[in-house]
Design a protein around this ligand. Sequence first.
Ligand code: C2E
Ligand code: CA
Ligand code: CA
Length: 622
Amino acid sequence: MYALMFINVLFLGIDTFRDVPFGMSFGIPIALSAAIVARAAIWVRRRSIIAAPKDVQLYLRGTIITAAVFSIIFGSWGAFLFSENEPIRSVSISLYIFVGAISCCFCLQALPLAGYFVILFGIMPVTIQLLASPSWSLASIGINFLIVTLLILRTLSTSHAGFKHGLQARSDMRFEQDRARAAERTAQELAYQDPLTGLQNRRALTEQLDMLTVRHERASRMNLLLLDLDRFKGVNDAHGHGVGDKLLQSVARRLKTIVGRSGSAYRLGGDEFAVTLSPSSDQVARSLADRLIQGMATPFPIDGFLHHISASIGISEFPSDADSRDSLMQYADIAMYEAKSQGRSRYSIFEPSMGQSLAARAVLESEMRADLCTNAFQPYYQPIVNLASGRIVGFEMLARWERADGKPVGPGQFIPIIEECGLIGELMLKLLEQVCIDAANWPSDLTIAINVSPVQFRDPWLSEKILAVLTKRGFPSRRISLEITENALISDPIAAQRIIESLKNQGMLLALDDFGTGYSSLQHLNMLPFDKLKIDHSFVHNVDTDESAYRMVMAMIRLANSLRLSVVAEGVESQSVFETLQRLGCQEVQGYLFGKPMNMADTTNLLQTGERRPDWLKNDAR
Ligand code: C2E
Ligand code: CA
Ligand code: CA
């Protein structure tokens, strides 16, 4: 348009040169051309920028004003030239003006108001002069101009409506496209995100592992850490799913903070999480695992409670352990189970031997389930001796499993598995019933100690179930002493306290087992009505030779005395340990020195041989 205007003005200027005063044939065209070039330059510059909507409005307003100003100058100049020339020259001048203005109108279709100004100020002065001319031929040209102008006006308005419609449709389409793209993005995010914690989910992990294992092509090392929370189920069962969810969210936040930028964190479902480290090294993976274990073992405050959980972590490595996504996951899982079986709140790094032990464990588990219906599990009895009298005052029942191949398996091996399968309650009640039968004819002052696993305190009906067995067999509850460890009081102290108090109310005795190995908290001793404290074997076995063990045992005995609890020292194997304990004022002892755990027949035999003094004491010179 600007080029057209420029040519038009130039030609009109040349055409009328010398016919009119110099300023009109030279000055005006030069001024107009300069303005046109300047305006064109502004337009060219703006073509390359994406203007903000409010700037666009400003530019359009500027175009309308410029169109009006240019048209006024152009139209007035045309009218002047028209009036200054003879009729035949005026026709050509009016044609220059008309064609030039009409062409500009076409170019301004998108902005009809600017077009209207061009018509009004550009064409109308000359047209009016033509119409007012006494010459019929000039007037008829004016009429023609008028008709064409009206037609152009109409075309301008309809084409502008079409242009607006087209623009609207295009903007609607873009809006819809943006909306569809945003919806797709959200769907994509949801598909890869865990809704509860906001961490990435299992699907994201699988794809990430695929990408890493393919991309790295064994060039650099990558680690996968699988993290499973310990004792989470206890919190969930005792405090409800609301608290469980909040706990998982807190765990996720802590996990994210600890991992930071060193890797990516995922929630795989339930209380299972994962971390990928790439690139990684043995040291990086170990240090992160250490920090995670520490972080998860720090209590979580939720709704006024402090929740104590911990995490077990399994670590596998690409490419040295595993060469694909599936094997990486499987090996990390195996290592995680290894960490759990080693006592939780620890990590273990995958080793090929772990796979074999896992398979062996699976065999053990299925055999155990079958044997629970038979007599393969039997109660063994280990004497507990009063130090002052040297007489047996009771027995601790210790479970033994006689497998089909004749090999006896110790509780250290099968109790953790049976706990994990949720069968420990069933086993304990079965053994308790056998105890009631075995001990029915033993002297009635003998107490039998029964170990209660911490896992059993998750069962709100535990005390009712124990009582039901005692009632069924008519066994007096005062002859049963329940041994519990401090672990039972950790995950849900209130539920444990309720169950224990109900058992205590039925007349059973209560012993705190393995004292000194766990939390050894005074609060736990105070919290429950314990009758006995059992000092762990690890302090007792060298009490006669090790100064610090001696002092520990002495402190424990004093503590128990001041709380009016009787003390049982476990694991007494030698006479010198026995004598040391005697000097320290310990009340009861238990250990190989007085007898190993025996089956029912041997125990009954021992009791029938008179004095109820173990052989070693009978031969004692005292
Ligand atoms: P515990 O309650 O601390 O039982 C004492 C353990 O020390 C027994 O091991 C016993 O045989 C062993 N012991 C006794 N005197 C000596 C000694 O002089 N020297 C040494 N080195 N050890 C001695 P056991 O029978 O292998 O039982 C291991 C653990 O398994 C028990 O530790 C107890 O926590 C658990 N357990 C055994 N039977 C049951 C059961 O019926 N239910 C539950 N929940 N746990 C049980
Ligand atoms: Ca015990
Ligand atoms: Ca013990």
